[in-house]
Ligand binder design. Structure first.
Ligand code: GLC
Length: 563
């Protein structure tokens, strides 16, 4: 695991089944509450996932990444965890989890679970104990409690904002009923931040990692991996003094931000690595770290988590120049560090890429402006969005490194932009009025059938309303249908399995600047036309294309693979 391996196309199957399976994997993210409901309560569950293992197998993915399924009040879609070593009773039991793991394993699919170490929920036993214990107690030390400022401690310890809007500090009522200390929450107030300087916190997470590893989990996705260590020495800087962060990027290139991407966080992951390596094959991890590209390698080091998300493509426009420079930069980084690249266009936090690409000039702030304007479907050029999304995904599958997919993208599913306020669930909608509409639109339950109350997701109405037009995207409508997005993904993933290697790509020149063309050492070529006119294709056999060719040419917004 510590050295970069070189693989040819003949031994990729060994890579995918051996200890290095994660280096070139196609990983499918499941947002459990919105995937498939087995018991008719309108909420997706673990048994629902088990029932769909044949579907996952037919898709040809290598691994599933499961967003949180732990007991939770769902103040932040499950990223507010009450108990790290159990299953939300509404989603099932540990026995159901074991059945799902066994079914995935029998289908040859690995399992990655989400670990949320920056904060628990405010219903976690430890937080309840902290509230019931006095100031200065050991129980309070597991979180970040501080006295307030002002004559009676009535002002927060600093004026910092939470990521979801509103203050990052919440005042508590002491056990004797008087207004008391404040606790830090970088996210919702129901998500108190842990104090990672506390040895009990550190020990408990090691226990959690072993708990799931012992149950057969193959890897972990680490939520806000860059937030755990904070500098809270007083006086804390006011928010006006906090360094300005880049768009979507937390922290600074020198690690000096008080709470994002501090160097000491890597001590934690070095300890975790030792736990991962207790297992054969070693458990894997991928960091969610919205940090500067130059700092990403630390999270992805073999002594640390091994892999980190690169969100660069997800933040880019559908543009040849942007794609070229992002891919080149990230592959150079992979070559230098030995940590394989990761690629992703959609996840549970962002607007689906089939919609993003169909918005006029990207809809402003990656679609946020469109959402604020009411998220009307009529403002989206669905056809263009889908064509581009298919082209982008096919290009991604031809890149060296891991490809992360988000449930529904294999259906070409669009974002639901116009969810009524009364149905919204995301805390960023409630905490940031007029600025953030939240992330519910990409979390609407999947359509499995073209008809029915919840399009086959559940026998009851889905927990987030599904629009009528979901019918068109249903699995039932696409399964076995030539040219459907589902069949495109299946075929692409099938081909990828036999073609993928660890070796890098070489860019080839094309006469047109809006075309990206590269070749892998085994002769596998990918060509994408980001322009508006059909272009000539290089010689060779086209094995797949994201849209039909026109008179033997590669049309606009299309990718083709040639061998
Ligand atoms: C991560 C998750 C996001 C969650 C946040 C707080 O960014 O992806 O969904 O709200 O962390 O846990």
């Amino acid at each position: 695991m510590s050295t970069k391996t070189s693989t040819t196309h003949n031994d990729i199957n060994e890579v995918l089944s051996g200890a290095n399976w994660w280096r070139q994997a196609a990983v499918y993210q499941i947002y459990p509450r919105s995937f498939s409901d087995s018991n008719g309560d309108g909420l997706g569950d673990i048994a629902g996932i088990t029932a769909k293992v044949p579907y996952l197998k037919s898709l040809g993915i290598d691994a599933v990444w499961l967003s949180p399924f732990y007991p939770s009040a769902l103040a932040d879609g499950g990223y507010d965890v009450d108990d790290y070593r159990d299953v939300d009773p509404r989603l099932g039991s540990l026995a159901d989890f074991d059945k799902m793991t066994a079914a995935l394993r029998a289908a040859g699919i690995k399992l990655i679970v989400d670990i949320v170490p920056n904060h628990s929920s405010d219903r976690h036993e430890w937080f309840k104990e902290a509230l019931a214990s006095p100031k200065g107690s050991a129980a309070r030390d597991r979180y970040i409690f501080r006295d307030g400022l002002g004559e009676n401690g009535e002002l927060p310890p600093s004026d910092w904002d939470s990521k979801f809007g509103g203050p990052a500090w919440e005042r508590i009522t002491e056990p004797d009923g008087t207004p008391g200390q404040w606790y830090l929450h970088l996210f919702a107030k129901e998500q108190p931040d842990f104090n990672w300087g506390n040895p009990e916190v550190r020990e408990d997470f090691l226990k959690t990692l072993r708990f799931w590893s012992d149950r057969g989990v193959d890897g972990f996705r680490i939520d806000v991996a860059h937030a755990l260590i904070k500098d809270l020495s007083e006086p804390m800087p006011s928010k006006a003094e906090l360094p300005v962060e880049g768009t979507g990027i937390d922290g600074l290139v020198d690690g000096s931000h008080p709470f994002w991407d501090r160097d000491d966080v890597h001590e934690i992951y070095a300890e975790w690595r030792k736990v991962f390596n207790e297992y054969a094959p070693p458990r894997t991890a991928v960091a969610e770290a919205w940090v500067h590209a130059v700092r990403r390698g630390r999270y992805a080091s073999p002594e640390g988590l091994g892999q980190a998300f690169n969100f660069d493509l997800l933040q880019a426009d559908f543009d040849a120049g942007q794609f070229h420079s992002i891919i080149t930069k990230n592959l150079a980084e992979a070559a230098a560090t030995g940590a394989p690249s990761t690629w992703v266009f959609s996840n549970h936090d962002v607007i689906r890429h089939a919609t993003r690409y169909g918005l006029p000039s990207d809809g402003g702030r990656h679609g946020q402006e469109w959402l604020l304007d009411g998220g009307s479907p009529s403002a989206v050029d669905v056809e263009v969005g889908l064509r581009r999304a298919r082209a982008a995904s096919l290009l991604m599958f031809a890149l060296p490194g891991s490809a992360y997919l988000y449930q529904g993208e294999e259906l070409g599913l669009q974002e639901v932009g116009d969810i009524p306020a009364s149905d919204r669930q995301d805390p960023s909608f409630f905490r940031n009025p007029g600025v953030d509409i939240g992330r519910d639109g990409c979390r609407v339950p999947l359509p499995w059938t073209t008809e029915g109350l919840a399009f086959g997701f559940s026998d009851a109405a889905a927990h987030l309303p599904q629009p009528e037009w979901f019918s068109r995207y249903a699995v039932e409508a696409q399964d076995g249908t030539p040219g459907s997005t589902l069949e495109l993904y299946r075929e692409a993933l099938r081909l990828r399995r036999s073609l993928q290697t660890e070796e890098q790509l070489k860019w080839l020149n094309h006469t047109d600047d809006s075309v990206l063309h590269f070749i892998r050492p085994n002769g596998w070529q990918s060509v994408t036309n980001f322009g508006t006119e059909p272009v000539d294709l290089p010689a060779g056999t086209v094995v797949i294309s994201s849209s039909p060719l026109t008179d033997g040419k590669l049309p606009a917004d299309t990718t083709a693979w040639i061998i």
